[in-house]
Design a protein around this ligand. Structure first.
Ligand code: DC
Length: 241
């Protein structure tokens, strides 16, 4: 938690569900020549393995989930020497399996458990000992790296977020579908914002970026520019400038 003597800056991107954090964070990381860590994917991986338990979700116990996550090797690693950090389970990248409906439905419950958060945060901090990372999540700027040099809180209108999420899944969104998806997103945000441990909240020193009317390129550019202002030591020869 305390200010570490990192060699390179940390960029923390937090915000509600489907605000475009992960794709934006990945592009910002590419532009700065940094690694990207999607912290939500780690909570999703713990949820994925919890779903294999015989007990129903209301009977999941935090310690048991963490023991199981350790035993099954939930971790962050590169699948190739030059590759991006990916979420692994039993030595294999789990990728798209993390995006399924069952995982999405239960992940807020798992992310509300203190021991699970400690486990995930341990993996994240171990993967970024020297900085040089862009992380996205809900509590990166408040709890995981409160001393991050660059903090952004990314928001967008719920219906716009719902449209983007549905388009990402390849469906052609109609008005009813958009409303239902927006409701589900808002419910998940409420659960994430009302939990006791590290709730979804904007850090006082995070820059609020509303992306409702921004193109993807504009939002990436806004964060890259901010990072270069806040952390002048950044390599200016990196892309995106
Ligand atoms: O960003 P996402 O939808 O993949 O996140 C999945 C869930 O994990 C979401 O409901 C909130 C939770 N989460 C969290 O509590 N803290 C983080 N740093 C990242 C995600």
């Amino acid at each position: 938690m305390s200010s570490t003597r990192r060699r390179r800056p940390i960029v923390a991107i937090d915000g509600p569900a489907a605000s475009g954090k992960s794709t934006t964070a990945r592009a910002v990381a590419d532009a700065l020549g940094f690694q990207h860590i999607d912290s939500g994917a780690l909570y999703r991986a713990v949820t994925l393995i919890a779903l294999e338990l015989p007990e129903p979700p209301e009977r999941w116990r935090a310690e048991e989930l963490v023991t199981r996550a350790r035993a099954l090797g939930v971790s962050l690693a590169r699948s190739s020497a030059a590759g991006a950090l990916e979420v692994m389970v039993q030595g294999r990248s789990v990728g798209e399996r993390l995006r399924g409906d069952a995982v999405t439905r239960e992940v807020s419950r798992v992310a509300a458990l203190g021991p699970v958060r400690d486990f995930v945060n341990g993996l994240i901090r171990a993967a970024a000992p020297d900085g040089g990372v862009v992380l996205d999540g809900r509590d990166i700027g408040t709890a995981v790296f409160p001393d991050a040099e660059v903090k952004v809180f990314l928001v967008a209108d719920p219906e716009e977020r719902a449209r983007r999420r549905l388009a990402e899944r390849g469906s052609t969104p109609d008005a009813m579908g958009v409303r239902a998806e927006a409701d589900a997103l808002v419910r998940r945000d409420e659960r994430d914002a009302s939990r006791d441990v590290a709730p979804l909240v904007r850090a006082p020193d995070a820059v609020l970026l509303d992306t409702t009317a921004l193109s993807f390129e504009q939002q990436v550019r806004a964060i890259v520019d901010l990072a270069r202002q806040r952390a002048p030591s950044l390599d200016r020869t990196g892309g995106g400038g």
